[in-house]
Design a protein around this ligand. Structure first.
Ligand code: C2E
Ligand code: CA
Ligand code: CA
Ligand code: CA
Length: 279
């Protein structure tokens, strides 16, 4: 295990208790991982529910540790959020994703978009707009091809500040998606106040479809709300044909989930786009 003089966050994994490699300081290992280039980006297709054609990709961060293997984001993102490393990782992800979109479009021979998760701390960082502008300028990508995924919580921490940032994002034509929609403790008032374009229905409401009447009612309500507010909807975590069929029939236009594509490395996403071309 790597030891440093820095304050450490010892992360034990009770569910995978066993080899001593798990007793390492994940936080210390993260700083090392940044230097070693162990962080990668995976891309998950977001498809049109009716045609199943790829419209864009969500960027999902991966950490490939030499001995621990793939460390899931649910383990390292919260640490990065606490120690501030998320600002560095997030800036890298945003820029790399924008550059990758250009390659995706060349493979697809049509316009696509890229969706990037922005954590609360990153969103509140003073440098965030600079980071955004740099990623757009460096990649030569239009802001209109970028979707930034934030949660209700991110907006609620400081709504006045959030509004000013969102307005500046809108000036750059970047779209805002509300991630995990319906799982936060917030009112719907922010949908009126903020310039939001996309609602992503959390997998929690999708996973038991089509046989869960309450989940179905919630999905219908979200779709109805989105229609009247002129927002797009992406259903997350779609794993079965029955779920896709249910959502498609109710007018959900976009789908993301294992059924239509798992998160994958860039080269595999390129291959998926080329297949799409001849479909
Ligand atoms: P999220 O943004 O809600 O991302 C969706 C998660 O659902 C991803 O987990 C994805 O792999 C998973 N998923 C997609 N389709 C299915 C499906 O059909 N079934 C199931 N069971 N799961 C599905 P992942 O990649 O482990 O990421 C977890 C969370 O970590 C993300 O949730 C996001 O909150 C965070 N995260 C990942 N990458 C980044 C990043 O670059 N920046 C930030 N700030 N957060 C990230
Ligand atoms: Ca997301
Ligand atoms: Ca989500
Ligand atoms: Ca989620």
């Amino acid at each position: 295990a790597k030891e440093t003089g820095k304050a450490r966050c010892l992360v034990y994994s009770p569910r995978t208790s066993g080899p001593p490699e798990h007793d390492i300081s994940l936080e210390a290992a993260m700083f090392q991982a940044v230097r070693e280039g162990e962080f990668l980006l995976y891309y998950q297709p977001i498809v049109d529910a009716a045609t199943r054609r790829i419209q864009g990709f969500e960027t999902l961060m991966r950490w490939k540790h030499p001995t621990l293997g793939m460390v899931p984001p649910v383990r390292f993102i919260p640490i990065a959020e606490t120690n501030g490393l998320i600002n560095l990782l997030g800036a890298w992800a945003l820029k790399a994703a924008c550059v990758q979109l250009k390659h995706f479009e060349e493979a697809a021979k049509r316009p696509l978009y890229i969706s990037v998760n922005i954590s609360p701390r990153q969103f509140r960082n003073d440098k965030f707009l600079e980071v955004l502008d740099h990623a757009l300028a460096f990649s030569g990508m239009s802001g209109s091809q970028l979707v930034l995924e934030i949660t209700e919580g991110t907006l609620m921490i400081d709504p006045v500040h959030a509004e000013s940032i969102l307005v500046k994002m809108a000036e750059r034509q970047a779209r805002i998606a509300i991630d995990d929609f319906g799982t936060g403790y917030s009112s719907l008032a922010y949908l009126k106040r903020f310039p939001i374009s996309v609602l992503k229905i959390d997998r929690a409401f999708i996973k038991d479809l089509p046989d869960a009447p309450k989940d179905g009612a919630i999905c219908n309500a979200v779709l109805d709300l989105a229609k009247h507010l002129d927002l797009s909807v992406v259903a997350e975590g779609v794993e079965t044909e029955a779920q896709l069929d249910y959502l498609d029939r109710r007018g959900c236009q976009y789908i993301q989930g294992y059924l239509t594509g798992k998160p994958m490395p860039a080269h595999a996403a390129m291959a998926a786009l080329k297949e799409d071309l001849y479909a």
